[in-house]
Design a protein around this ligand. Structure first.
Ligand SMILES: [Mn+2]
Length: 302
């Protein structure tokens, strides 16, 4: 049973969507003196990748401050265990995020942690509670208007993205090496009088394939949710925020806090909205604005 498209307001990438009170907000403006925003029914965030330099912890802290909720779902890849095994990186702001999440749980927000592949060490704690945070390998969220949403990280669907898993592991390193190799390769080709072999065309071809793989992933996740009898699915993993209906099943991807800086929120009336965080209007934060990446999770770690 598909909810009508109009039931969820999608904020376009690049559009300002600070909530409440930002331009593009669909919520009525609160009085300027109102100290605390009214609570959202649920907030879904994933792919924070704490423990990596790419994690935009300050942006996330600002987002969390402005988006209180009754329930908070942490939809996997919150802490990057893969990276931390390689190199210890843990600045104060990453600590602040953990403290903020624990404090939120203490203050009565229901916090559900659905581990991802980068924090798969937590999967063994399925069903347990830590500091008020529930660990669940998968969850079901029922919206105010009665839709049952399957909440998963999504990495189990990597099979539909051929090679994505090893590519994710090799990540930036392989990309850098590819560029370097191409430079030497073309110098030799030049010496032999051979034409330049275009890396950009090669990558463009890769990008096209990557886009079709993202589509395969989205369709596979939605199909499985439908198979299991859910109205829709909320996931992360591929760092590509999206909300659309696929063959009658809602597919919602809350994005990430490395590049797209996005979250999925449920308003008190059950309306779902994809929120793209922007630093505008928040004094002091001067992070560069980034468009959602065209090729998430294939050339960069997912
Ligand atoms: Mn992941």
């Amino acid at each position: 049973m598909a909810p009508p498209r109009a039931a969820f307001g999608v904020t376009p990438p690049g559009g300002r969507s600070l909530w409440p009170g930002g331009a593009g907000s669909t919520a009525p403006l609160e009085e300027a003196s109102a100290p605390v925003a009214s609570s959202l029914r649920a907030v879904f965030i994933s792919d924070i990748h704490l423990g990596t330099p790419g994690c935009q912890a300050d942006a996330l802290l600002d987002f969390l401050k402005h988006h209180p909720s009754d329930t908070l779902y942490l939809v996997g890849d919150i802490v990057d265990g893969w990276q931390m095994r390689r190199r210890w990186f843990w600045p104060q702001s990453h600590n602040d995020v953990v403290q903020k999440l624990l404090r939120r749980a203490r203050k009565g927000c229901r916090v559900v942690f659905v581990p991802g592949n980068h924090d798969e060490f937590a999967r063994q704690f399925d069903g347990m509670h830590f500091g008020g945070i529930e660990v669940a390998n998968e969850a079901v969220h029922t919206t105010a208007d009665g839709r049952n949403l399957w909440v998963i990280h999504g990495d189990h669907f990597d099979g539909v993205i051929q090679c994505a898993k090893w590519l994710a592991h090799v990540g930036d390193w392989a990309y850098g090496v590819t560029l370097e190799l191409n430079r030497h390769f073309n110098r030799i080709r030049h010496k032999l009088g051979m034409p330049y072999w275009s890396l950009s065309q090669y990558l463009k071809h890769k990008v096209k394939r990557a886009v079709s793989h993202v589509n395969d992933f989205e369709r596979a996740v939605a199909a499985e949710a439908r198979e299991r009898g859910y109205h829709g699915v909320v996931c992360g993993h591929i760092h590509r925020p999206e909300m659309r209906t696929i063959d009658g099943t809602l597919y919602a991807n809350d994005g990430d806090w490395v590049e797209s800086l996005s979250a999925l929120v449920e308003h008190q009336d059950g309306r779902l909205e994809l929120v793209h965080w922007h630093p505008m209007g928040h004094g002091g934060l001067t992070l560069p604005l980034k468009e959602p990446q065209a090729v998430p999770g294939v050339l960069a770690p997912a």
